[in-house]
Ligand binder design. Structure first.
Ligand SMILES: [Cu+2]
Length: 325
């Protein structure tokens, strides 16, 4: 027994015993059958800044995703609207939580701030889809994360990522991140999710903000904590991120069509009306012209009549030129 515990303690000492995401399976995770590399020693280590060559015994872990290559095969498929029960793993309890192991160290640093996010571009931009304050992470609990109903599909290997990032409550100021390669089946009518960035801190000079989030109120240090708070769970489940452009778009298109057809009908009616008005004007003008011509002809005739002898002199004053001296 003593021998076993010596072996166990040396194993624990050899690895960087912090936390990692085991469901969904992260890139580089020793349990991930499709991991391009399996990092037994340092999957749980924090990210490091460019000013450091390595972190403890671990090689430098770049942002994003610790610099691990994408999985060789993408087999983890999630659907829009799914509630994912995220699970964590720590090398000090390699077989997961066991009865009686609640007081074992998970190196969870009394929790802190966990953010779960989706990235559609391989970890450049993020949409945080769930936040757990104070008590996360902890291998003894599942952490519910809802894939937004309006999440668009993502089937571009290496680009579609389910990310867990963590800022620890106690200990060195650190930022942890694990990324799972996933395929996402969503609505084809969904718009790209809005950018809701993860908290980028604690790795200067890349992320110079130094943040210490509040920790688990149970203050259990590295052992089992109080788990996800009901207020965090309900807030995460109530999130409604993104938009699906189904009925509203169709309606907009229909309305546009309606508008255009009304406009066309209006134009036709208007145009027809204009033609009728023009024809009426032409008829009216022709009629008037004819009347004028008739009148002129009549007056010419009557003038001729006046000049003839014996005819009644209607207005002798108006014709002085004709008076004979
Ligand atoms: Cu640590």
């Amino acid at each position: 027994m003593k021998f076993f515990s010596i072996i166990l303690s040396s194993y624990v000492a050899a690895v960087s015993a912090h936390m990692s995401m085991v469901y969904p399976l992260a890139r580089g995770h020793p349990h991930n059958p499709n991991a391009a590399v399996k990092d037994y020693d340092c999957i749980t280590a924090p990210l490091t800044s460019s000013s450091l060559i390595q972190s403890g015994n671990c090689a430098r872990k770049f942002f994003p995703c610790g610099g691990y290559p994408m999985d060789t095969k993408i087999t983890q498929v999630f659907y829009a609207g799914d509630v994912v029960d995220v699970k964590f793993w720590t090398p000090s309890l390699p077989d997961g939580p066991q009865p009686g192991s609640e007081s074992a160290s998970q190196a969870r640093h009394n929790g802190g701030l966990c953010e779960f996010s989706l990235s559609y571009d391989g970890g450049k931009t993020y949409t945080v889809i769930a936040t757990y304050n104070q008590t996360c992470p902890d291998i003894f609990f599942d952490w519910k994360v809802k894939i937004p109903d309006a999440a668009p599909s993502c089937d571009d290997p290496g680009k579609c990522i389910f990310s867990w990032s963590w800022i620890n409550a106690i200990g060195n100021r650190e930022l942890y991140q694990n990324c799972a390669d996933i395929k996402l089946v969503g609505s084809n009518l969904a718009k790209p999710l809005p950018i809701i960035d993860i908290t980028r801190a604690n790795i200067p000079p890349e992320f110079p903000n130094i943040i210490t989030p509040p920790g688990d109120p149970a203050n259990t240090g590295n052992t089992k904590g109080s788990g996800p708070s009901s207020s965090d769970v309900s807030a995460n489940m109530a999130l409604n991120i993104g938009t699906v452009t189904n009925t509203s778009t169709t309606k907009v298109v229909e309305n546009k069509k309606k508008k255009y057809s009304t406009l066309i009908i209006g134009c036709v009616i208007g145009g027809g009306g204009l033609v009728i008005v023009i024809i009426a004007l032409v008829i009216f003008y022709m009629g008037r012209r004819r009347n004028t011509q008739n009148e002129r002809r009549l007056s010419e005739n009557s003038a001729q009549c006046n000049n003839e002898p014996g005819s009644a002199n209607i207005s002798s004053e108006s014709k002085p030129a004709h008076s004979v001296i």
